[in-house]
Design a protein around this ligand. Structure first.
Ligand code: SF4
Length: 393
């Protein structure tokens, strides 16, 4: 058995280690690139997660944490726009999670991903009271953000979201920003915007596309971003750009902490507002129905979804890479790209990423920069550049 196949077998046995909970299926704005509403099945679900579903979910979470001894079990509250669920529901749910955490000894960090439009002082109090970390969707400056993130009346949302970002930064709340890369603009416009707003942790995500599409090249954008990140952190760590730190971790450790980069299994499942359990919600990018299962938390334990055919297709695809990726020198670091970006109508997920050429160029750039900047300490204290050490070996 090859090392890759051995890894794939080991990955099969890992339990669900985090939950994405869809507390709301609708949104209060109308972003042009949103994957969620590409799938008409979303409208068949209840608008809000009910109290009955929330109580059953909490029972299932406690059952899961009692069975497996996780150090931590992250929960992400998501939508649609999750703040439409209201502060009362957030208080109740987060309070119940804290009780489960104290009974099971498992930390349960709660995060929410929001468009920010509804954020006010009451929400800030709620986030602060329960230590809920907030990822706010903000595409940098107004001319980039408002091109895609608009209201149903067609007006830009940047002013409201920028105001929300300033409010979050002013309080004791873990704040990050999630932007989507628009390679038509230089990365410096994003980096300068977030620096000006005191946001030190953010991601600039690769735009969603499948292999059946022809998205613009992103390598020049991300290589430029890498240079800016390096410059900003040259003397001391000041900014953390998730995709950059993930790529470095993936290159150095042959693994990545998040699912978008690196060779690792999809271990997430999505709880819908009616209690159904789905595969990773972003697979909607690939088309209708690719996330739906017949499982729900009233009849099934959380981990049972690992035996559900639709979920297994996604998990197996995440670890069984196509032949080109298996031969690639960046296989472990790249992992074939983000799973939805590997989908085609013809081959399913059995493709390299639609961004393969870009990813290869990005990892080559990271590798060459790391080789120039990384040093190892030899016995006796001498510091040797990694590339020189490898050349001498
Ligand atoms: S760079 Fe391309 S071939 Fe290599 S692992 Fe990534 S997607 Fe596969």
């Amino acid at each position: 058995m090859s090392a890759i196949d051995a890894d794939a077998v080991a990955f099969q046995d890992r339990p669900i280690s985090q939950l994405l909970v869809k507390v709301v299926t609708r949104c209060n704005i109308d972003c042009s690139y949103c994957y969620w509403f590409r799938d008409a099945a979303v409208y068949a679900k209840p608008k809000l997660l009910s109290e009955e579903v929330a109580q059953q979910l909490l029972l299932r979470i406690e059952e899961h944490l009692t069975r497996y001894s996780f150090h931590d079990f992250p929960i992400v509250l998501h939508g649609g726009e999750p703040l439409l669920w209201g502060t009362t529901n957030f208080h109740r749910f987060a309070g119940a999670c804290a009780s489960i955490s104290s009974r099971t000894g498992t930390e349960m960090p709660i995060a929410v991903t929001t468009n920010g439009v509804l954020i006010d002082d009451e929400w800030l109090d709620c986030f602060e009271a329960h230590n809920i970390s907030v990822a706010i969707s903000l595409d940098g400056p107004a001319h980039i953000h408002d091109a895609h993130r608009r209201t149903f009346q067609g007006t830009g949302t940047h002013a409201a979201v920028e105001r929300a970002a300033r409010m979050l930064v002013s309080r004791d709340i873990g704040v990050s920003a999630l932007a989507v890369c628009n390679p038509a603009y230089p990365p410096s416009q994003y980096v300068e915007f977030f620096a000006e707003h005191g946001i030190a942790y953010y991601d600039i995500m690769i735009p969603d596309a499948t292999v059946d599409e022809k998205p613009p090249s992103i390598a020049a954008f991300y290589n430029g971003l890498f240079d800016l990140w390096l410059e900003a952190n040259r003397s001391k760590p000041t900014v953390n750009i998730r995709i950059i730190s993930d790529m470095i971790a993936a290159m150095l450790a042959n693994n990545s902490p998040t699912e978008g980069v690196g060779y690792r299994p999809v271990e997430l499942c999505t709880i819908m507002t009616d209690g159904t359990v789905e595969a990773h919600d972003v697979l909607r990018i690939a088309g209708d129905g690719l996330t739906q299962t017949t499982f729900n938390i009233f009849e099934h334990a959380i981990d049972e979804v690992r035996n559900e055919p639709t979920w297994k297709v996604a998990r197996d695809a995440s670890i069984n890479l196509c032949e080109k990726c298996r031969q690639c020198k960046f296989m472990n670091a790249c992992g074939g790209g983000y799973l939805p970006h590997r989908f085609s109508r013809k081959n399913g997920y059995d493709n390299p990423s639609v961004y393969c050429d870009d990813l290869y160029a990005m990892f080559e750039n990271v590798q060459s920069v790391l080789e120039r900047h990384l040093y190892v300490s030899k016995p006796g204290g001498e510091r040797v550049n990694v590339r020189d050490a490898l050349a001498r070996a």
